[in-house]
Design a protein around this ligand. Structure first.
Ligand code: NAP
Length: 326
């Protein structure tokens, strides 16, 4: 019988277990996907650990919000897609029921896009969440333009690395922020114009120096926490702060500098909108074709190693995406 990862209670990574799970038939407007690989995301970790912002049903919750594979079955009324087509899943409306850490899942037909030609399944599993978030926050939300200085916190995260590449594809100037000197070279190799190491550099002075004292045009922040107010002072007058994550769970003070436009970005705002998904897919496909976008894989685990994969994600030493090969 096909396998799936489930958990009966929230907690540490070892609540995750691999069980046999019967396949379900796709309903009207749905497709069943035979998963080849799944990306491991912070959202999954929040859900598993009990910090997920909405209630969900236990026991036997599934997990995983991104993945790639081939179409295995079509529900009634599905057109324009065929069994065997390689696809990327763009949204999993109910992870607890249809999580992608599994051999099969069922999602709406509108929540898959064709897998770009030539993209292997591991890279495809690392693409959508990171790059659609980076593109959505920087381009759709903040209106990033060529020449903009963009300060990117947690730059070694999969979202951060995607943001570096998206900024370069647009012609903006990505300034990467990390806590660890050990990640500096990897971030320069990934395309950062400069790297600020918060353990040793003064982030405000460094950002000012890199921008000829003007301040950055856009801050893309995944960290928040008490450092948010100081981080905001790296922006120029009239700049934009987009927060996409809350890696530091401590309260974040509201930045008191003005004028500053602040957005709290959630990719669900865009990935359920077919018009924006089409733009996102076109942007990503073009970037993959030219080589401007190259998903960075840190480590690949097997489905049976899912507990180790979550432990590894929580250690925070990765540069890029953690992927599970199914
Ligand atoms: N808004 C959305 O729709 C959306 C979508 C996807 C992801 N996200 C968010 O984006 C963020 C990154 O996700 P990801 O999956 O790309 O992460 P990831 O690959 O797991 O990256 C983690 C990296 O973030 C840095 N980090 C971790 N904890 C930190 C802390 N307390 N303070 C500062 N830096 C910390 C570390 O880098 P250093 O050690 O180098 O600093 C670590 O390597 C998460 O907050 C996630 O929830 C949001």
């Amino acid at each position: 019988m096909p396998r799936a990862v489930v958990f009966d209670e929230t907690g540490a990574p070892d609540v995750l277990q691999v069980v046999d799970e019967p396949v379900t038939e796709p309903g009207p407007g749905e497709v069943r996907v035979k998963i080849e690989a799944a990306g491991v995301n912070r959202l999954d970790q929040l859900m598993r650990s009990g910090a997920f912002p909405r209630p969900f049903q236990l026991p036997h919750a599934r997990l995983g919000c991104e993945g790639t594979g081939t179409i295995d079955a079509l529900g009634p009324d599905v057109e324009g897609i065929s069994v065997g087509d390689p696809v990327i899943i763009t949204a999993v409306p109910a992870m607890e029921l249809n999580g992608t850490y599994a051999e099969y899942t069922v999602v709406p037909a509108t929540a898959v896009i064709p897998r770009p030609a030539g993209l292997d399944s591991i890279s495809a599993a690392a693409l959508w969440v990171a790059y659609s978030t980076a593109y959505g926050a920087l381009v759709e939300k903040a209106g990033m333009r060529p020449g903009d200085y963009v300060l990117i916190t947690a730059a070694s995260s999969s979202v951060g690395l995607a943001a570096i590449q998206v900024a370069n594809q647009i012609g903006a100037v990505p300034l990467a922020v990390t806590r660890r000197t050990a990640k500096k070279d990897a971030l320069l190799a990934a395309g950062a114009a400069a790297v600020i190491v918060t353990d040793s550099d003064d982030i405000v002075k460094a950002a000012r120096a890199y921008t000829n004292e003007a301040g950055v045009d856009i801050i893309l922040d995944s960290v928040m926490g008490p450092g948010l107010a100081e981080l905001a002072t790296t922006a120029k007058r009239g700049g934009t702060l987009v927060t996409v994550g809350w890696l530091d769970p401590r309260p974040a003070p509201m930045p008191m500098i003005a004028p500053l436009t602040i957005y709290r970005y959630m990719s669900f705002e865009h990935v359920l909108n077919p018009v924006v998904v089409r733009r996102m897919a076109a942007f990503l496909t073009a970037g993959l074709r030219t080589g401007a976008l190259r998903p960075t894989i840190d480590k690949v685990f097997s489905l049976g190693e899912i507990v180790d994969a979550h432990r590894y994600l929580e250690r925070g030493q990765q540069v890029g995406k953690v992927v599970v090969k199914v």
